[in-house]
Write a protein of this length. Structure first.
Length: 237
C-alpha cells in the first residue's frame, strides 16, 4: 500500500468532491489527520459492500487546480471515510499517460558529487539508460553532476506506474549508495499535451529527513563513467 504522509498543504479544512468510481457519492468531506495520514470524513458518502474494491477515486479542485484523489475506505468515528493514498494536482484523469517524470530524492545531490577516487567522470550531459523492467519500458535518465532531481523520459506515453517502477528501482540503488533511506520528496509528471501534474503519495516510504552525508561517505556516486554499467547490473539483479 503506498504511503501518504501529511506533505500536502490543503488549502481548506473541508473539500467538495465528485465521485469517479463506484462506492462513493458526491458531497463534502472534512479533512482529519490520523497518524500522519489524511482521512476524508463524509458520513454516509462511502460504502463498503462485500466483494467491492476498497479503493475509491474522487475529483475536486484545490488551489484552482483540478485534482484527483485516490484512497481506501477507512472506519472513522463508526462510519466509513476515505484514507488518502494519492493526490494528482493538475489532472483528474485516472488513466492518464505521461512522457516524462521528474523526482527529487533525499541525498541525491551528495551522491552526484564527483570525487577523485571515482576515477574518470562521465559526461554530465550524457543521458543514462534505465533498462526495461517487467512493469515498464526502458527509459532515458537525465542525472547531471550535483543533481537535486532525476528526470526520466519515455519514447511513448505510459501510465504513472511505469515511471514509478523505474523510480523505485533507482531509489533502491540510491539507498544502497547512501547506506541510509532516501525518501522521495517530490514527483512531477508531464503528459502528452505538456501539462504538468504534481503527485503526492505513492512513495515507498515518507522522507526520513536524515542528516545529509558528506560526499566522501557514499559507497557509490553517480558521476563515474562506470555509472551505466552499475545501473545495468542493478536492474538485472
Amino acid at each position: 500500500m503506498p504511503l501518504y504522509a501529511s506533505t500536502f498543504l490543503w488549502p481548506d479544512p473541508v473539500i467538495s468532491f465528485v465521485s469517479l468510481s463506484s462506492g462513493a457519492r458526491d458531497g463534502d468531506a472534512e479533512l482529519v489527520e490520523k497518524s500522519d495520514r489524511w482521512i476524508l470524513k463524509a458520513p454516509g458518502h462511502f460504502s463498503g459492500a462485500t466483494g467491492q474494491s476498497e479503493q475509491r477515486v474522487l475529483s475536486t479542485t484545490l488551489n484552482g487546480e483540478p485534482t484527483l484523489i485516490r484512497g481506501s475506505v477507512f472506519v472513522i468515528d463508526g462510519d466509513l471515510g476515505l484514507r488518502v493514498d494519492e493526490l494528482r494536482v493538475g489532472s483528474v484523469e485516472p488513466d492518464a499517460e505521461y512522457v516524462s517524470a521528474t523526482a527529487h530524492f533525499e541525498h541525491l545531490a551528495s551522491a552526484c558529487t564527483y570525487r577523485h577516487e571515482d576515477g574518470a567522470a562521465r559526461d554530465a550531459h550524457q543521458a543514462l539508460t534505465f533498462p526495461a523492467l517487467d512493469d515498464g519500458p526502458g527509459m532515458r535518465a537525465e542525472l547531471p553532476c550535483c543533481a537535486t532531481a532525476i528526470t526520466l523520459s519515455a519514447d511513448e506515453p505510459v501510465p504513472l506506474e511505469a515511471f514509478e517502477t523505474q523510480l523505485t528501482t533507482f531509489q533502491d540503488l540510491l539507498t544502497f549508495a547512501a547506506d541510509q533511506p532516501c525518501g522521495r520528496t517530490s514527483l512531477i509528471l508531464t503528459d502528452r499535451s505538456g501539462n504538468d501534474v504534481q503527485v503526492f503519495g505513492r512513495d515507498k516510504y515518507k522522507p526520513f529527513n536524515g542528516k545529509t552525508r558528506k560526499p566522501v561517505e557514499f559507497s557509490l556516486r553517480f558521476v563515474s563513467d562506470q555509472t551505466q554499467r552499475v545501473i545495468d547490473g542493478w536492474w538485472s539483479s
